[in-house]
Design a protein around this ligand. Structure first.
Ligand code: BDR
Ligand code: CA
Length: 310
């Protein structure tokens, strides 16, 4: 199985991503690291544990990381995710422990201890923890197999400002460090995730699983999609973060190209913009595989089948 660390700020879509990972035998989740993002850290680390318990996996190790971005004040998204970050279903308070080790220490120590090229990082929130790990121990860069992340947008524009996607906007300096690190990156921008809509039919398929996980997933998504349905007038909302995990399980669901991605960290009006050289008009190094298309039906079929296993 491919060994992964999920770095996350749950978030309903983060929660579904965690469930998909825990349901997939192709993946071994060696740890979940929480970061401040959608809601403050105290909630994201609790939410991560709630989801592990929902999945029947209280053995998963969950670590708490950064409470705020490297340089800017924390911006959260309660208007999308609700006050708890996981509004929708009623999930019990977790009883599994939070690990004592700091998330950044866990990431650094794991990468230094494991065979180089065997651990993949899956960031689903602001990149603060990952950048802090790269700052603390730059030698880990050459040991990371790949970073597969949700963030950014290009032809689709931004979702928090006209130019920027939430995860990159919240900590653009961290994103800049990650995209400059030389680690191979696969990026799932809004251009992909806005094609992965939680239509009524797809949500009904989760509910029809009839399991605790299936019903909780439907409840999470029904809460989550209100915001985008209202904003974009779509049937359903974009299921962002599970795209990262689905790529690791079934890469053929996605199409994109390798190009240069640069992060705007100076101008306030375009702060956190992912400037993607899709057409290769610069000679800047190709530092990321930027996905642009998804087989959305295949993606939801995979999700439904996998969540049915939990
Ligand atoms: C990203 O921001 C968060 O609100 C979601 O969990 C996702 O990671 C989408 O812009
Ligand atoms: Ca997220």
């Amino acid at each position: 199985a491919r060994r992964i660390i999920i770095d996350t700020d749950p978030g309903q879509d983060d929660a579904v991503a965690i469930l998909l990972a825990l349901a997939s035998p192709e993946l071994e989740v060696i740890g979940i690291t929480a970061v401040a993002g959608n809601v403050p850290l105290a909630l994201t680390q609790t939410n991560a544990r709630k989801i592990c318990e929902l999945a029947g996996r209280p053995d998963i190790k969950v670590y708490a990381g950064a409470v705020r971005p490297l340089m800017r004040r924390l911006v959260t998204a309660e208007h999308v995710h609700g006050r708890t970050g996981l509004d929708g279903p009623t999930l019990p308070d977790p009883t599994m422990p939070l690990q004592e080790t700091h998330a950044v220490d866990f990431i650094v120590e794991t990468l230094l201890a494991e065979e180089p090229g065997t651990v993949t990082l899956c960031p689903l929130g602001p990149l603060t923890n990952i950048a802090a790990a790269l700052n603390r121990a730059p030698e880990i860069a050459g040991r990371i197999k790949e970073i597969v992340l949700m963030g950014g947008g290009f032809f689709e524009g931004g979702n928090v400002t006209p130019a920027a996607e939430f995860n990159i906007y919240v900590d653009p300096h961290a994103a800049d460090i990650v995209f400059s690190s030389g680690v191979p990156i696969v990026m799932m921008p809004l251009d992909v995730t806005h094609k992965a809509l939680t239509t009524a039919k797809r949500v009904a398929a989760f509910r029809a699983l009839g399991t605790r996980v299936g019903i909780a997933t439907a409840e999470l998504l029904e809460f989550f999609e209100r915001f985008d349905e209202e904003k974009y007038g779509s049937d359903g909302g974009p299921l962002h973060d599970p795209c990262v995990i689905a790529y690791l399980v079934e890469p053929g669901l996605f199409r994109g190209r390798n190009c240069n991605v640069a992060i705007e960290t100076a101008s306030e009006i375009t702060m956190g913009m992912t400037v993607i050289d899709w057409w290769g008009v610069t000679d800047r190094p190709k530092n990321a595989t930027v996905m642009r298309d998804i087989d959305a039906d295949g993606f939801f079929d995979l999700l439904t089948e996998r969540l049915g296993r939990l």
